[in-house]
Design a protein around this ligand. Structure first.
Ligand code: A2P
Length: 279
């Protein structure tokens, strides 16, 4: 599973493992602890959490207990979406280091351009202020990279125009069928690295018949086709699973999807995600 060892390089020369492990929806406590511990045993070295997931404590404990040297694990967390001021961001950043029980974080990002409960609200000034606190953390060596999540072009342009550091990363929902070309094009132009959350469409994409057929052609699983597709797009997928076998399956993606099959996957359109069972 060479993919687990491979890295991309951010605009500030920091290496980031190509494949990450997502922890959204994994409950604080034994669930998060066991999932992260297992992912590290399987070989993942890139763990993605967030203040809003409520599981930083267990994620940090699992990393510590794994015995893997701190510098061998790339850890990401995210500023809660409603914190849109300098002081709040500064305090929250310190809390993240404390909860994860680490001296520095590899990547810290603003979770969303607006609070989740006010999606679409214009928060330009607040994002600039919060990001300024993150720039300070970066300049102090407490964060090796900083960035944003769920930002569209206008949100990114606001930070570029009003802050010092161009975000190193934009983490967005991205999977086969979801058109993110506008944001990705903008990110490429500005050397902002793209990470893909929900690479399996929170699992629902695996029901897609065309993806299932392609999986048969390659002797792979639908999940492996979904993850490999994103790797060939040059982004970092962050699949989530609480099952060891699936963690292994999702990382066993050292194969190549041929150009014409990539082009076919590009023609798939639609967002299969359903939210009924999401807390
Ligand atoms: P589970 O945690 O029970 O394994 P995404 O990464 O797009 O958010 O998708 C996560 C969802 O997909 C979770 O419900 C997870 O369930 C499921 N999942 C993850 N990997 C696989 C896999 N290889 N095969 C089937 N389902 C998977």
């Amino acid at each position: 599973m060479e993919t687990l060892k491979a890295t991309y390089t951010l605009s500030n020369n920091v290496a980031i493992p190509k494949l990450g492990f997502g922890t959204w929806q994994i409950k604080e406590g034994e669930d998060a602890y066991n999932a992260v511990k297992t992912a590290l045993e399987v070989g993942y070295r890139h763990i993605d959490t967030a203040q809003g997931y409520g599981n930083e404590k267990s994620v940090g404990r699992a990393i510590k207990d794994s015995g893997i040297p701190r510098e061998a694990v790339f850890i990401t967390s995210k500023l809660e979406s409603h914190i849109k001021d300098y002081e709040g961001a500064k305090k929250a950043f310190a809390q993240t280091l404390e909860a994860l029980d680490i001296d520095y974080i590899d990547l810290f990002i603003i979770h969303a351009p607006w609070p989740w409960h006010e999606m679409g609200k214009e928060c330009n000034a607040g994002n600039v202020a919060a990001y300024r606190a993150m720039e300070e953390a970066y300049n102090a060596g407490k964060a090796r990279a900083i960035g944003v999540s769920n930002f569209e072009t206008e949100h990114l342009q606001n930070i570029i125009d009003n802050n010092e550091i161009v975000p190193h990363v934009n983490q967005i929902g991205y999977f086969i069928g979801l058109d993110q070309s506008k944001t990705i094009e903008f990110c490429k132009e500005h050397d902002i690295f793209v990470e893909a959350y929900s690479p399996l469409g929170i699992g629902y994409l695996l029901e897609n018949v065309d993806i299932q057929k392609m999986a048969v052609k390659y002797g792979k699983t639908p999940a492996q086709i979904c993850i490999r597709y994103l790797l060939q797009k040059g982004v970092a997928p962050l699949p989530k699973s609480v099952h060891r076998q699936r963690m292994i399956e999702n990382a066993d993606v050292d194969f190549v999807i041929e150009t014409e099959d990539m082009a076919f996957l590009d023609t798939i359109k639609g967002d299969p995600r359903r939210w009924d069972d999401i807390a």
